[in-house]
Design a protein around this ligand. Structure first.
Ligand code: RB5
Length: 353
């Protein structure tokens, strides 16, 4: 039997009784429940259970429920783990919002606070709600930028464009798909002036003298991240406002010759700074080491602000490490990923610090 409804649940001793009740309710309504413990009312340490359940949530990409006496210890422990967004909820409304707005992947409950009826209502509300995306995608991405996880965006410039659907499916474990939009003026080549429907969160990198019409097109495609060049002929504030107006994340790109300082006035307004580590427009070029100093300068300037530093050009498993060491958290990679026989493995290699 294939279970589409899968969830993990864990508790310490003080949440054990409630866990068993919730488990029963979920199993009876068709959920496959992975029990991360504990298995009796004997005293256990909640961080151990939290770690086990979070591991299942991240590996299986399923939601999780954690219960301790108040729910507080479980939520503090779970939120230490990169990739986890645990919400401590005592009512249905907060639970629903934690999915819609915060894309919470763990629900924490207090076994000594909630009666079983209310707790079950909260669980049902939480599991049936979905993430709203839009401006909330941007905000959750800003939360993600705080966790230091490495995000990988394969660039379809290096993919087989005659079989795009299959190519995209082969990189489904990546975080977004990167599309280079080129106007033939800002860069010599033309590409993706009309962005196809790709079925994955879209990262549109606009290389155009006048990026505004292309930003509009990317917004119509519901791009999650839209990046334009600071060297282009545009009011940077206007472009940022347009991108943010429909909830997308904004990125500002710097050509290899453009100094880091040029973007400093906009660091409070942007979500991503993209450092180009090759000349614009062609895939398969070698990584320029000069990008590393720029990334380091940006990271020092921003400290722990929720702004991702992306790097694009010549990224493979070796150059990725160098860029990550100096502060990059988002990697755009074309040839390395798409020329690999095992793309999932290539993505995993890039993500490994
Ligand atoms: C255990 O007594 C209790 O401290 C724990 O279940 C939880 O409430 C911690 O936050």
């Amino acid at each position: 039997m294939i279970f589409v409804k899968r969830v993990t649940i864990g508790s310490d001793h003080s949440g054990f009784a409630l866990k068993e009740e919730i488990k029963k309710m979920l199993s009876e309504s068709g959920w496959h429940v992975f029990d991360a413990g504990c298995f009796s009312e004997e005293s256990v340490d909640y961080p151990r259970i939290a770690a086990k359940a979070c591991d299942i949530v991240l590996k299986e990409r399923i939601p999780g429920i954690l219960i301790c006496g108040t729910g507080t210890g479980m939520s503090i422990a779970a939120n230490k783990i990169p990739g986890i967004r645990a919400a401590l909820c005592h009512d249905k409304y907060t639970a629903k919002m934690s999915r819609e707005h915060n894309n919470a992947n763990i629900l924490c409950l207090g076994g000594r606070i909630l009666d079983p009826g209310s707790a079950k209502g909260i669980v049902s509300e939480w599991l049936s709600a979905g993430f709203s995306g839009g401006r909330h995608f941007r905000r959750v991405s800003q939360i993600s930028a705080l966790d230091g996880i490495i995000r990988v965006h394969p660039s379809i410039l290096a993919a087989d464009r005659s079989a795009l659907k299959k190519e995209i499916e082969s990189v489904a474990t990546a975080d977004m798909i990167h599309v280079d939009v080129m106007d033939g003026v800002f860069v010599e080549n033309r590409a993706f002036e009309d962005i196809p429907e790709l079925g994955m969160p879209l990262d549109a990198h606009i290389m155009a003298n006048d990026p505004m019409p292309y930003i509009q097109k990317a917004l119509l495609r519901k791009a999650a991240l839209i990046t334009f060049h600071i060297e282009s002929d545009v009011s940077v504030e206007d472009a940022i406002n347009l991108i943010h107006s429909s909830g997308a994340m904004c990125g500002i790109a710097l050509n290899p010759q453009t100094p880091a300082e040029s973007v400093y006035p906009y660091l409070d307004m942007t979500d991503v700074v993209l450092v180009m580590s090759v000349e614009l427009g062609k895939s398969g070029q070698e990584f320029m080491e000069s990008a590393l100093e720029k990334i380091r300068a940006l990271r020092e300037r921003m400290e722990s602000a929720p702004v991702s530093i992306a790097v694009d050009g010549g990224i493979n498993d070796k150059t990725a490490k160098k860029a990550i060491d100096v502060g990059a958290t988002m990697l755009v990679s074309g040839s390395f990923v798409f020329s690999s026989g095992d793309r999932e493995m290539a993505i995993r290699k890039l993500k490994t610090k």
